[in-house]
Design a protein around this ligand. Structure first.
Ligand SMILES: NC(=O)c1ccc[n+]([C@@H]2O[C@H](COP(=O)([O-])OP(=O)(O)OC[C@H]3O[C@@H](n4cnc5c(N)ncnc54)[C@H](O)[C@@H]3O)[C@@H](O)[C@H]2O)c1
Length: 415
């Protein structure tokens, strides 16, 4: 059976290409896209007519300023936009002559599918909600090695379509994932609370880092390693290394949007605001630490090594580096960035020719270690003698770079 993808952007194109290794796959996007394996359709009609399965991976955008790359916890909470999903449903209603298997991937807040999308979709089509746990920079690997596959149906029962989708995934998986079938609303909730759980976990690990700095005689890694191995009561070790804050196109904005949901359902408290507020203050603390290092070292300028929200991708959306940069600039201090890929060139330099305070925001092993495919870390340029590296991941050793001292942020026992 032919597979179609409406929306072949950062997530959709790689996912479509993974399917195309085993199946015939079509893709349609409002922007021109190219692919060696996915057959690109020029109209939504062509896509719908050619596809038995229709995966919808269009954006559910947050409003400007709600991605987490600048402070937002003071702003009015808002839901994601649903316009593109509505358009995709309209294409299917308009151009389908027979019943389609519709699979919505896009991230939405709990309750959205039932309230906004199901009333729009023609009843002749079958529908499941199937969000992905996929991260930028490792989309194809994550797609075939997921922790779980979530399939949402109207009443949470495994429908015929859910069973067929599981069989379809079995043709491409490299691991043997859990398949979780729940209601649309449950799957929306699993996906978004998975993300916000990570933000909370990173926020806790970074809180310990803040205390390590303030109290002294504490290496945050000794504390978090001990907690991470405490599997009797606390969960596994992932995201238990203090360092940069949670970042990217999904996690910060999910918390920001959930602030809206907490208000909408009159929850009576807003944990997401607390998580985002903590993330912002943690960034501010690190920014002030960098300024302090600059002052101690005769006003060395500050550069952040890595502007994109993680190494090996260009995306500056939801970047923790720019959040730190914001707080440095708020103090009237200039900041530049080193990043050969960053899609936002503001303040990015190719190299530095004098000593700097260098924040090592990127660390490939921390970010991609779990895939087993992490490349070795490299400096984006020569780090001049007399520089001070602030390493929030604590993996660069003092003797590693000639004439450069290294501070392990979060380890106040480090010599
Ligand atoms: N990027 C990720 O890591 C990731 C992971 C999990 C879930 N998601 C979710 O998946 C969805 C898509 O994310 P993304 O990062 O790929 O976004 P994206 O903006 O990179 O890609 C979406 C694509 O859809 C296209 N599009 C918009 N309106 C369209 C329409 N009417 N018809 C056809 N194409 C249309 C856009 O041109 C774009 O290419 C979002 O809801 C996001 O939250 C993303």
């Amino acid at each position: 059976m032919n597979i179609g993808f409406i929306g072949i952007g950062k997530l959709g194109l790689d996912c479509a290409e993974v399917f195309a290794e085993q199946h015939t796959v079509f893709g349609y996007d409002i922007y021109p896209r190219t692919s060696d394996s996915v057959q690109i359709c020029t109209t939504p009609k062509e896509l719908v007519e050619n596809s038995d399965w229709i995966f919808v991976a269009v954006p559910t955008p947050h409003a400007e300023g709600y991605d987490g790359s600048v402070p937002s916890s003071h702003m009015e909470p808002r839901d994601f936009g649903h316009h593109a999903v509505t358009e995709a449903i309209e294409y299917i209603n308009t151009y389908a002559n027979n019943s389609k298997r519709v699979v919505l991937i896009s991230t939405v807040l709990p309750g959205t599918t039932r309230k906004y999308f199901i009333p729009l979709l023609d009843k002749k089509h079958q529908f499941v909600y199937n969000p992905y746990l996929i991260a930028m920079g490792s989309v194809k690997w994550d797609m075939v090695n997921p922790e779980m596959i979530m399939i949402g149906t109207e009443d949470g029962d495994e429908t015929a379509l859910a069973g067929e989708l599981i069989d379809l995934y079995k043709t491409i998986m490299q691991n043997d994932p859990r398949y979780v079938v729940g209601t649309w609303d449950e799957c929306e909730a699993i996906k978004i609370f998975y993300n916000t759980f990570i933000s909370a976990k990173v926020g806790l690990a970074n809180m310990i880092q803040d205390f390590a700095i303030k109290i002294g005689n504490i290496n945050v890694d000794v504390v978090t390693d001990a907690l991470a191995k405490s599997t009797m009561r606390i969960m596994g070790p992932k995201y238990m290394t203090a360092g940069m804050g949670d970042a990217g196109a999904c996690h910060p904005r999910d918390n920001i949007a959930l602030r809206w949901l907490a208000q909408e359902y009159d929850l009576g408290y807003d944990m997401f605001d607390t998580i985002m507020h903590a993330r912002e203050i943690q960034a501010k603390n690190l920014a002030h630490f960098l300024i302090e290092q600059s002052e101690i070292n005769n006003g060395l300028p500050i550069v952040i090594h890595g502007k994109a929200y993680k190494p090996d991708v260009e995306y500056c959306i939801g970047s923790y580096s720019t959040l730190i940069g914001h707080y440095i600039e708020e103090k009237g201090v200039k900041v530049t960035y080193l990043d050969p890929l960053a899609d936002d060139p503001a303040g990015v330099v190719d190299s530095i020719d004098a000593a700097h305070v260098v924040l090592m925001a990127h660390n490939r092993h921390i970010t991609y270690g779990y895939t087993g495919e992490a490349k070795d870390d490299v400096f984006y340029c020569t780090i001049p003698e007399g520089s001070v590296i602030v390493d929030p991941w604590r993996t660069i050793q003092n003797h590693e770079v000639d004439g450069v001292s290294v501070i392990h942020y979060g380890n106040t026992r480090h010599k």
